[in-house]
Ligand binder design. Structure first.
Ligand SMILES: Cc1cc2nc3c(=O)[nH]c(=O)nc-3n(C[C@H](O)[C@H](O)[C@H](O)COP(=O)(O)OP(=O)(O)OC[C@H]3O[C@@H](n4cnc5c(N)ncnc54)[C@H](O)[C@@H]3O)c2cc1C
Length: 312
């Protein structure tokens, strides 16, 4: 790891002005960022690291008018074990509880979870070995290389990495809003197909809060990974059912988590064994897998069906 300056921020405004310009990076729990620094995967090594944990009041879960508000620095552990979330917004608590292992959940934050960088082994190769599309290069090595963990949708986008965030599909299904120091985003618009970051944040923008509509909701989350712990999703799926209908989102299938609109249409009349099966079929109808990842199509089909049946 190279040398860098470490600064404890005392406010969001201070942190924002310290990271403006792009030569500094934020650290929250550090469970993702420190790996990127140790392996030197970034084309530009940050000169300073700005610690968000010293900013007060970003660690909470509370009812706030028509929303449940979760501070960006809330630990995944706290989200996973919060009694209100477990009962009323089950998909999010279950998703947080499936991230990695207790050590990472104890350090990792929900803000860091949705802002983590992608896990493609070409993007993450030590010493920036592959100057891939996300880093400004002109091709995606995974399209012609080992793509067993990559996207099955959207090859035309160029980069075929797969979204790694476990909490993201839950936030999209729950119709959450991501609040930053500059603006707010509907969760499904927060993630980015291209670029070094996995999201649309500007270089001085910081996630401060996540807001979930405080409405009667039944929800569920399922994840398939190669191991039960300390493993990223191969496919994950979240379903949320409210008076307004059923929302379904999946990760691991595209560079961003995906809302599965055609699958949602199949369960518009209610969730049953038959409609859940049709939804699973619809979810993968347009898939275009690569030579090594066709297995993901069947996984996604089954996971959408099973998550729907689990939600009711
Ligand atoms: C072995 C291992 C296994 C893992 N398994 C999983 C897994 O199964 N599922 C999963 O989803 N993740 C997994 N992760 C990734 C990571 O641990 C989690 O995503 C964790 O939630 C990251 O949170 P953090 O607070 O530690 O983020 P950090 O490492 O502190 O930050 C991650 C990135 O987000 C940025 N950032 C952090 N907070 C903010 C903010 N508030 N606003 C703007 N930018 C911000 C940082 O600059 C950095 O680029 C794993 C990591 C490891 C090392």
């Amino acid at each position: 790891m190279r040398h860098f300056t470490h600064i404890d921020a005392s406010s969001i405004n201070e942190a924002s002005s310290l990271i403006a310009g792009g030569s500094s990076m934020l650290i929250a729990g550090g469970t993702d960022l420190l790996g990127t620094l140790k392996d030197e995967i970034l084309p530009q090594y940050p000169q300073q690291i700005v610690n968000l944990k010293t900013v007060d009041s970003l660690d909470y879960i509370k009812e706030d008018g028509d929303a449940i508000a979760i501070g960006a620095l809330t630990k995944l552990d706290t989200v996973a074990n919060d009694a209100m979330l477990l009962e009323r917004f089950t998909a999010l608590a279950e998703a947080a509880g499936r991230v990695s292992a207790p050590t990472q959940r104890h350090m990792g934050t929900i803000g860091g979870n949705i802002c983590q960088m992608h896990r493609c082994w070409y993007f993450r190769a030590p010493e920036n070995r592959f100057y891939c599309l996300r880093k400004g290069g002109d091709y995606c090595p995974a399209t012609i290389g080992d793509n067993r963990y990559h996207s099955i949708f959207g090859a035309e986008q160029g980069c075929i990495t797969a979204s790694p965030h476990d909490t993201a599909p839950a936030l999209i299904a729950l119709n959450a809003t991501i609040v930053t120091n500059k603006t707010q985003y509907v969760a499904e618009d927060f993630f980015a197909v291209n670029g070094i970051r996995s999201n649309v944040l500007g270089d001085d923008e910081i996630v401060t809060e996540i807001r979930i509509p405080n409405t009667d909701t039944k929800s569920a989350f399922l994840k398939h990974a190669e191991r039960k712990a300390i493993d990223f999703p191969i496919v994950n799926c979240a379903v949320a059912v409210t008076g307004e209908g059923t929302r379904i989102a999946c990760g691991g299938l595209f560079p961003t988590p995906l809302r599965m609109a055609t699958a949602e249409a199949e369960v518009a009349g209610g969730i049953s064994e038959d409609s859940a099966q049709r939804a699973g079929d619809a979810a993968v109808a347009e898939a275009q897998p690569f030579p090594k990842n066709a297995y993901k199509v069947e996984l996604a089909r089954a996971l959408v069906k099973r998550t729907l049946l689990k939600s009711v």
